[in-house]
Design a protein around this ligand. Structure first.
Ligand code: ATP
Length: 386
């Protein structure tokens, strides 16, 4: 168990004009026993960050510390960190037992009986005891994945690093392994950094998630914080499926104005956008209220501000638990709303949509930074996850 600190960590591949800044001044403190998920689109620098922690890639600038000790100059074998790869990287000519034992032989001076004990205990933990004498070629993808995990766990390292370890599994197995891995990490209480491009994995597995874009850290937060209080437009769009709706607007006094839509703001939100000229209004699909029967009377809502608009349903995608409704505000923007799966809504229907004032986000166009976030009343996001 260990605290892991990334202090202004930077990675540049190559030199001069053609060089690539893959990781740009990243600062993250990962607590002892924490499960941190590094997430972001392809090429954002996730794997490079992980490989620098593992010692597989040199660090151009900054420092990586494990339990307060500088790791920069230490080789991978001297860091007491175990890595699990997407490809599993098992030795095909060795049995499962030998694969798991091999790492111990390389990195510890345990005697043979102690090694056997550890391998058997770990196999028991992962429910792969009956596979110990098989070779990787005779295992399913899910079983190979468990062996790869076992090989990391058996070493009892200070930290685990995992690079998209579930992405070769089919959807059902992936979701099952997600839960198992989370449980396992909680039981072992080993500091873990887990890389994925899949925001569902990030949301469901991490104690906290670190979102990267183009080598730059965008936000480090609990999953719910990132979802409900995204620091900027990038995080808002990346976390959540279907994605948050964005409407390009101009600020006109205390209202946001887009084609076919005028959105009056309450005092606090109006003050937050007062310095901006153009902004993006953000609203999550599940927060849009769709009304099939109601006819908007143009009357302002309770606070004297009208947030209801006439719209038409373009397409409905039934997902079972919910319907994803693609709609167009009259003469205005297209939006995506989600409604209960049992609600019958047909394409072509004239509807009204309400964009509730307490659920909106506003982002500055120039910087992308959040100027105003949805209200959460008394929600305690830090403690919301059990
Ligand atoms: P993916 O999800 O596709 O694996 P990633 O977020 O893990 O992406 P990295 O593999 O860390 O991204 O790559 C970050 C950037 O660094 C990319 O622009 C990539 O092309 C570049 N890069 C990575 N490795 C090297 C290398 N060895 N030499 C030059 N450029 C590299």
């Amino acid at each position: 168990m260990a605290q892991l600190e990334l202090d202004s960590v930077t990675k540049r591949f190559g030199e001069g004009d053609g060089s690539i800044l893959a990781v740009d001044d990243v600062n993250i403190d990962i607590a002892d026993g924490e499960f941190l998920v590094l997430v972001g689109p392809s090429g954002c620098g996730k794997s490079t960050t992980l490989r620098m922690i593992a010692g597989l890639e040199s660090i151009t600038d900054g420092e990586i510390r494990l339990d307060g000790q500088r790791m920069n100059e230490r080789g991978p074998a001297e860091r007491d960190i175990a890595m699990v790869f997407q490809s599993y990287a098992l030795y095909p000519h060795m049995t499962v037992r030998e694969n798991m034992r091999f790492g111990l032989e390389e990195s510890t001076d345990l005697d043979a009986a102690e090694m056997d004990d550890r391998v058997e205990h770990t196999a028991d933990l992962l429910d792969i005891t009956e596979l110990l004498d098989r070779k990787p070629g005779a295992l399913s993808g899910g079983q190979q994945q468990r062996v790869a995990l076992g090989r990391a766990i058996v070493r009892e390292p200070k930290a685990f690093l995992m690079d998209e370890p579930l992405s070769n599994l089919d959807a059902k197995l992936r979701s099952q392994m997600r839960t198992e891995l989370q449980q396992l990490q909680a039981d072992l209480d080993t500091t873990t950094v887990y890389v994925t491009h899949d925001q569902t994995e990030a949301m469901t597995m991490g104690d906290r998630i670190a979102i990267l874009d183009a080598g730059e850290l965008q936000q480090v937060a609990t999953p719910l914080e990132a979802y409900h209080r995204p620091a900027n437009r990038f995080v808002a769009g990346f976390i959540g499926e279907p994605s948050m709706n964005f409407i390009d607007c101009e600020v006109e006094g205390d209202a946001l104005v887009a084609e076919g839509l005028r959105y009056p703001l309450a005092d606090e939100a109006a003050a937050a956008v007062a310095e901006s000229v153009t902004v993006t209004l953000g609203i999550r699909p599940e927060d849009i209220v769709v009304d099939v029967d109601g006819t908007p009377d143009g009357a302002p809502d309770g606070d004297g501000r009208d947030h209801t608009f006439l719209a038409t349903v373009d397409v409905v995608e039934p997902m079972g638990d919910e319907n994803v409704v693609h709609l167009s505000v009259e003469e205005g923007p297209g939006l995506i709303a989600t409604v209960d799966g049992l609600r019958q809504i047909d394409a072509g229907t004239a509807i009204t949509v309400t964009i509730p004032e307490d659920a909106i986000h506003v982002f500055d166009d120039a910087s992308g930074e959040a100027l105003h976030s949805r209200s959460l009343d008394d929600a305690e996001l830090d403690d919301a996850r059990v």
